[in-house]
Design a protein around this ligand. Sequence first.
Ligand code: AMP
Length: 496
Amino acid sequence: MKSSRTDRKGGPGGIAGIGDLRRPEEECGLFGIYGLSDAATHTALGLHALQHRGQEAAGIVAYDGEQFHSHRALGLVGDNFNAPEVMERLACHVAIGHVRYSTTGETVLRNVQPLFADFKFGGLAVAHNGNLTNAYEIRQRLVQRGCIFQSTSDTEAIIHLIAISEYGRVVDRMTDALSQIQGAYSMVCITQKKLIGLRDSYGVRPLVLGRLGEAWILSSETCALDIIGAEFVRDVEPGEIVVIDDKGLHSIKPFSKSPNRFCIFEYIYFARPDSVMEGRSVYDVRKNIGAELARESHVDADLVVPVPDSGVPAAIGYAQQSGVPFEFGLIRNHYVGRTFIEPTDQIRHLGVRLKHNANAAGLKDKRVVLVDDSIVRGITSLKIVEMVRNAGAKEVHMRISSPPTTHSCFYGIDTPSQDELLAAKFDVEAMAKHIALDSLAFISIDGLYRAFGEKARAADAPQFCDACFSGDYPIPLIDHDKDPVQHQLSLLDERE
Ligand code: AMP
């Protein structure tokens, strides 16, 4: 098997029936600037703040008024955008950037974004976060028409659709292309004249608009506006295309409105806690979930211990609500970039130990409540519980700030195939036994919605996309039923 996830806490895999294909699952960060003399340097800073959204590759494409300049590389932003000769070449007033996370089989330069192409109307660079759910179908149709694909990225299918569109203006060509794709996505693009940002009509993936003086900024998260001192203007709306040029900002809503289904997992795990998404502070939501968890499933204990870093805000909320003292009983090593060096079970288990260690000082003879954001395969929890017990804890309870992850994500968050999800195999009691816990509880789905100030999950019109917990997929999974072997996107095995 060529493609396997290697640096997730969850390990290798991909979406059910598709994970074994050489097809990237994108977890990405986007950034773009129009109208700043040093747009690329600011874009590199923005990407640095979005590094948590993807660590495998980074790229910037900038336009100097005559020519586009591109630098794309495997690895971290800080390692690739620090050389003066690179930044000098990119010094332009318009730029977009991308950080990417994908399967190892796909970690080749040809898939690193932004992708660039020369069209009839001029140059266009595109960076994309999310997953198309009909990419394979579209690709097949395009290949039959004679389109030659250079990558296996979903983004390239969009580029071909733009190229063959019979409309004249670039924005009309884009709208034409978007009307043919299905999926959860945000995009930022630059042409010779414009910076363009857009979100899918359900608004599953994030994109915000900011300003720095006269310049306009687009970013996956507000934390990247903060790093350059830009002010937050608003979220790009679901289904909206914002076009920024020398006349200012122009908004287009070419598609009929779909119900908003922002990804609830951005709040639970994926986004940075200092970001504000759709008007809500990610940190506050996580704390509220922790408080709700304490109300729903209190247990007598001496300490609340977060699984760092992602469990910290929920653990604070849990501790404040329950009155049980909060302690850092686990310490995380921040210099471990990749949890899984090799996709074998043995190394994966070792990987968790590299990342976390029990802080034995305070755990002896204590009844401990561990708080984490999710259980995927259960490997992290299994190891952490063992560590905490070895450090002398008397009882180990676990509280999870998401409902059980029973379904894979097809919309841009990396989850393994359903048969690898612990919660798809076991009920909560069996999971507790498997992880060797004294007790285990997950936030209920309605409790989760209460943490957002909702009364409950509106079953007929849920306020978020929560497919990973409910199996309710708002966007049709068109490629999903295709035969995995035929589904392979490229016959080329390329390494760098
Ligand atoms: P597992 O060890 O497979 O149960 O993974 C659970 C851990 O992975 C939790 O501590 C989460 O913080 C983390 N996690 C959950 N979802 C993801 C994801 N999509 N990518 C990376 N890590 C994740």
